[in-house]
Design a protein around this ligand. Structure first.
Ligand SMILES: N[C@@H](CCC(=O)N[C@@H](CS)C(=O)NCC(=O)O)C(=O)O
Length: 216
């Protein structure tokens, strides 16, 4: 059975939603950030980060995009990814890695850049630039959806839409502001939110409703 190391409203939300969509058995292990940062967790996740996915053979893997792609490819019958080896699958993988490598870190730094900053002033400057960067990257996704949508991989709903949804809930200055600015992304997010199989998991992450408040 898979084991999902999960923190509410964090990067593990993508893997959590994918596991729910797939309907495969898994053990959900809720963690606090303190537990994620504890030295013992390094055995599971070398950078002390979630998500991590325990595999049936006892090993664990990290990196949200890899976990999502692995799960959807390991369970192709659910149709959450295009067939491996197809051109659509190439677009699927590229989209997941694009979002994970670019949008995710930009949003992360827009929240808090203290790990890269020597002063509060630098922290604010990096946060401001990262927010701008995240909006530029969302705009690129928006343009792609407008051109080749309605989903990240064209006509086909996939786990890449779930991943994009996860990024929107962390939106700056607020989730609502991002959705209002990018209507094609908002449609993807609404589609994910309306998936009946995802309702309970979304609820546990406090992500059933659009957050209107400014992010801290
Ligand atoms: N590249 C990683 C990034 C994962 C990541 O940044 N996770 C955050 C939570 S959203 C984390 O675990 N942070 C640990 C900390 O803040 O100490 C991925 O895509 O999985």
């Amino acid at each position: 059975m898979y084991k999902l190391y999960n923190v509410k409203r964090c990067g593990s939300l993508s893997a959590h939603l994918v596991l729910e969509e797939l309907g495969v058995p898994y053990q959900n292990i809720w963690l606090t950030m303190e537990q994620v940062r504890a030295p013992e967790f390094r055995e599971i996740s070398p950078l002390n980060m979630v998500p991590a996915l325990g595999l049936p053979d006892g090993r664990a893997i990290t990196e949200s995009a890899a976990i999502v792609a692995f799960l959807t490819d390991a369970h192709p019958e659910a149709g959450l990814a295009p067939p491996t080896g197809s051109d659509d699958h190439a677009v699927y993988l590229s989209s997941l890695v694009f979002m994970a490598n670019n949008i995710y870190p930009a949003i992360d730094l827009a929240f808090d850049a203290r790990r890269l900053a020597d002063s509060e002033e630098q922290n604010s400057a990096i946060r401001r630039k990262s927010l701008q960067k995240s909006l530029e990257l969302f705009a690129m996704m928006e343009a792609r959806l407008a051109e080749d949508g309605p989903f990240v991989v064209g006509e086909r709903y996939s786990a890449a839409d779930i991943y994009l949804f996860m990024l929107t809930i962390w939106g700056h200055p607020s989730e609502q502001a991002v959705l209002e600015r990018f209507p094609h992304i908002a449609r993807v997010a609404a589609h994910v939110r309306a998936r009946p199989r995802l309702k309970a998991a979304l609820d546990t992450h406090g992500a059933l409703e659009i957050q209107t408040a400014e992010a801290a």
